[in-house]
Ligand binder design. Structure first.
Ligand code: C2O
Length: 591
């Protein structure tokens, strides 16, 4: 017990031992933040701690659950950033304007408490709102602009919240490691919190607790234009820094390729493409929490372990589609440091958040949130509607009911849009691919990293001929892993993945059954990215990650479930010529 390496700011007393774990139950008084408040805690050798609420404490003191929880907790949940250490976001573009995105800071945070007297607020589709709503929402944004610039609720400060958490202004707790809330399992809960507080501030400004942010329903044909309420110059909802060619009635391409100059999809072909992208990224390719939500990211880990399918696309392409190509960094929406300066950001993210609720309602027993304590106990800081600094936990974000909001129910045309199984074309291509494999025309990816300048086609061995009955019952997913994906941070690079369609190229419509998914990068760093605080070396302008997508269903539909090999084709898209994406491996794993 003496060897407990307690965190300096807490004085703790131990009152029980947990069997077989090297951990103890205790009570700590946190001097720094919560004078006199006592917190139940699991304390382990080496200083690992797990804060418990009363219910968790009951479980912990009685059972083996504590043992499991404690073991997992040893890896540590992400603590909130230390605002005193906030610094200029040295990884934002060097030519970006207004680079200080640290919030004003003077007080210690208080713990967030779930709202008890808020009405249930229904977020409406931005295409469906009435004049009264638009007037109120516009007035709220206008009032936000009129707050003093150093008020953490002011419009600029609100936009800077995103910049600070996305462009390296914060460290992971007190470690000299960049905190990044994209490209990991924090993407969804962090943005849910961000919208929650933004919405509450707007509600307070217009004195209406029923106010709810609108969502941009880009996943359904009726919502595929930029919502017109954001497109009137002179309105507080308008932003100049957008692509003028993409104002209504132009429809959003959820697989937008900024470099594509011809064969641009319109009409029913565009809708079919968007629908299949939605189906692959949310339904068939994302049957487990990490496929959909992103990879684990714990205290001390390097940032960017890997985005989930939703964050890759359509989240990324919608940012890039909206930003202005006349600006150096696709401002506002096309670069993380500036994205939230455009009010459409919040409607875009409301729809991203809505996808999380839809995903959880789909069939399949693995469409549930992570139950890892390092996820649940991770915490962030935000200013609330009363300008109080509050500390929130991921655990409290998982159920929108607890935060008293829901979404207007609208048509979801992609949920059942499983691509047709046996079209004539499919048989031809599958046979074609089988024949090509048999003739030895397609080789394996190999062990060397390759630049993705033209499409890469590779033969990929399936580790198992088929999943065992237990794996089928457990809904173990066969996952295609594109490993060591290295992309220049400032580049809007993308690639599409096709299975058993060796001839796929940049003109191949993704509405075909062989389309498996899309990787994308939203620009957020620049090549002169400052120094790495950990080792003093210049920060790499590249981000290395992986792309994972579930392929069990697509293999079934292509009749390839029991094949020994599949053919994978990666088609580069976007702004890749000067800085191509580099890929180091293609393989199949099980999740
Ligand atoms: Cu934090 Cu859509 O980005």
């Amino acid at each position: 017990m003496e060897s407990l390496n307690l965190v300096m700011n807490n004085s703790c007393a131990i009152y029980a031992k947990l069997p077989q774990t090297g951990c103890n139950l205790g009570v700590c008084r946190s001097i720094r933040t919560e004078a006199r408040r006592r917190n139940n805690v699991v304390l382990c050798k080496g200083g690992e701690r797990l804060w418990l609420d009363r219910r968790e404490l009951l479980l912990a003191s009685t059972s083996a659950i504590a043992v499991g929880a404690t073991k997992k907790a040893a890896a540590k949940p992400m603590p909130p950033p230390d605002l005193e250490k906030c610094h200029n976001p040295d990884t934002a573009p060097t030519d970006a304007q207004n680079l200080n995105c640290c919030p004003p800071y003077s007080e210690k945070p208080v713990d967030f408490e779930l709202p008890t007297n808020l009405p249930m607020r229904v977020r409406p589709s931005a295409h469906d709102v009435n004049d009264e709503y638009v007037e109120k929402y516009s007035r709220a944004i206008q009032l936000m602009h009129e707050l003093p610039p150093d008020d953490p609720r002011s419009f600029t400060q609100q936009a800077n919240v995103h910049c600070a958490y996305c462009d390296g202004a914060y460290y992971e707790g007190s470690l000299p490691v960049e905190l990044q809330i994209h490209n990991s399992w924090f993407f969804l809960p962090w943005h849910r919190w961000y919208l929650y507080f933004h919405e509450r501030i707007l509600a307070k400004l217009v004195g209406d607790d029923t106010f709810a942010l609108p969502f941009w329903n880009w996943d359904a044909p009726a919502g595929m234009t930029l919502p017109p309420i954001y497109s009137h110059p002179g309105s507080p909802l308008y932003d100049e820094l957008r692509n003028p060619a993409h104002m209504p009635p132009s429809k959003v391409d959820l697989n937008y390729d900024p470099q594509k100059k011809s064969n641009i999809l319109t009409g029913p072909k565009l809708v079919a493409s968007n629908t299949n992208l939605m189906y692959r990224q949310i339904v068939s390719g994302a049957k487990t929490p990490s496929l959909f939500q992103g990879q684990p990211y714990r205290y001390g880990d390097n940032p960017d372990p890997g985005a989930g399918t939703l964050e890759n696309s359509p989240h990324g392409p919608v940012h890039v589609w909206t930003g202005s190509p006349a600006q150096p960094n696709l401002e506002d929406m096309g670069n993380f440091y500036s994205a939230a300066r455009d009010p459409i950001f919040f409607a875009h993210h409301a729809n991203v958040d809505r996808m999380w609720t839809i995903w959880k309602s789909l069939e399949g027993k693995r469409r549930v949130d992570f139950d890892d304590p390092d996820y649940l106990q991770a915490s962030f800081l935000f200013y609330d509607e009363n300008a109080r600094l509050v500390r929130v936990k991921v655990a409290d974000a998982l159920d929108p009911k607890n935060l008293m909001f829901s979404y207007q129910s609208v048509d979801i045309p992609w949920i059942k849009a499983r691509p047709k199984k046996s079209s004539a074309k499919l048989e031809v291509t599958s046979v074609g691919s089988h024949a090509a494999i048999a003739a030895g025309h397609i080789s394996e990816f190999g062990s060397k990293a390759r630049k993705l300048v033209v499409p890469i086609t590779a033969l990929v061995k399936k580790p198992k001929k088929k999943r065992s009955q237990k794996e089928i019952d457990d809904e173990t997913e066969e996952v295609l892993v594109i490993g060591g994906v290295e992309v220049k941070r400032g580049v809007a690079a993308k690639f599409d993945v096709f299975i058993n369609l060796a001839e796929a190229d940049s003109d191949t419509a993704i509405s075909c059954p062989e389309y498996a998914g899309t990787f994308s990068n939203v620009p957020h760093h620049h090549e002169h990215g400052g120094k790495n605080k950990r080792n003093g070396k210049p920060k790499s302008p590249y981000r290395k990650s992986s792309f994972k997508v579930g392929i069990t269903e697509i293999l079934e539909d292509l009749g390839a479930t029991e094949d020994d090999n599949i053919v994978v084709t990666l088609v580069p898209k976007g702004d890749f010529k000067a800085d191509p994406i580099v890929i180091s491996s293609i393989k199949i794993e099980y999740d």
